[in-house]
Design a protein around this ligand. Structure first.
Ligand SMILES: *[C@@H]1O[C@H](CO)[C@@H](O)[C@H](O)[C@H]1NC(C)=O
Length: 329
């Protein structure tokens, strides 16, 4: 009785999508200051199609008008944007059986938000390039004469946790000040929520963890020379240590150190750059707020490094896209 039914379902699935090559589609979410139809994104899509003939690629947009779409990378409410994207994705028949997803920069944590909150249709492999999974502790500098960026940056720096900023400034919604984690947990409108970094453990949303843990693979790409994302280790769920902790860390590592040849050199280094709390030392990982540890213990997290600066994809994306994208259904 079972077999014929299954067969019908499978055949129906084929009839609807009827692709030349039945491979998983790809959804791409662009980064800050970019648009869904920029030359870079269009070119990336066509390169992916060369690697995986027949693949369906969708570029996420907040607004069909490219000017508005760019503006929405600086201004707006991320929760509302993700809700809108979830509606967009569920309305595309080619994505009905699920898809792989690539997030560029902030698009990476937004896609993670989609997975945790919606995941319908489901994501198989999620690849994020230079994303800010543990937020940013400083607002990155703008390119010269980028007025849109400059205004947003100044406003965000002026009052990152104000209600207005949390409603309207995209970067403020993933700003995470390691010295004011209490403020972040209670006032951040987006990142603290999808990270389940909340004051009360009972306020954590278990659906988020179940959904993220349902990924087949999570591939986290860090740019080794990234000076835009502060700290760049955010791409790997790292964050800057709070100042108090930083002091104990440095004392500890100094007394633990058996290398007494350059003690001053080491001290100097530690006062100029804060130490990084790596993924596995984050409470979020240890107590598995979001399913990250489950994924990792299953061997489903891959940490990758690209050699260049922020979003310098040249010579770096191709192997990853060949390996993690476009597998047959
Ligand atoms: C948890 O997240 C799911 C998925 O977004 C949502 O449907 C549910 O309402 C959330 N639960 C709570 C208690 O907020």
């Amino acid at each position: 009785m079972f077999l014929p039914v299954l067969l019908c379902v499978t055949l129906a699935g084929y009839a609807i999508s009827a692709p030349t090559n039945d491979v998983r589609p790809l959804v791409v979410w662009h980064g800050l200051g970019d648009t869904y139809a920029s030359s870079g994104i269009v070119q990336f899509g066509s390169e992916v199609k060369k690697l995986h003939p027949g693949i369906f690629v969708h570029s996420v947009y907040i607004d069909k008008d490219v000017k508005e779409d760019k503006r929405a990378t600086f201004y707006g409410n991320i929760n509302a944007q993700i809700a809108l994207v979830a509606e967009q994705l569920v309305s595309i028949p080619e994505l009905g059986r699920g898809f792989d997803a690539i997030g560029f920069s902030q698009g990476g944590q937004f896609l993670r938000g989609y997975v945790e909150r919606y995941n319908d249709p489901p994501v198989y492999n999620l690849i994020t390039f230079g994303s800010q999974h543990m937020g940013i502790s400083d607002i990155p500098p703008c390119r010269s004469f980028d007025f849109l960026c400059e205004v947003a940056r100044r406003a965000a720096k002026a009052g990152v946790y104000t209600e207005w900023a949390q409603e309207h400034l995209v970067q403020a919604q993933y700003f995470r000040d390691p010295d004011q984690l209490g403020l972040y947990m209670s006032l951040n409108g987006f990142l603290a929520n999808i990270n389940n970094e909340v004051m009360l453990p009972t306020a954590r949303n278990v659906t988020y963890a179940d959904n993220l843990a349902s990924l087949e693979n999570l591939i986290l790409v860090l740019f080794a020379q990234d000076t835009t994302v502060i700290p760049k280790e955010s791409a790997w769920f790292g964050s800057e240590a709070p100042l108090e902790e930083f002091d104990t860390f440095s004392t500890q590592s100094l007394s633990d150190s058996h290398d007494d040849q350059h003690p001053l050199g080491k001290l100097h280094q530690r006062t100029t750059a804060r130490s990084i709390v790596p993924m596995k030392q984050q409470p979020l990982y240890i107590d598995d707020y979001i399913g990250l540890r489950r994924l990792d213990e299953r061997g489903a997290i891959t940490l990758e490094t690209c050699p260049g600066g922020h979003m310098h994809l040249t010579g770096c994306w191709e192997d990853l896209v060949r390996k993690w994208v476009g597998q047959p259904f």
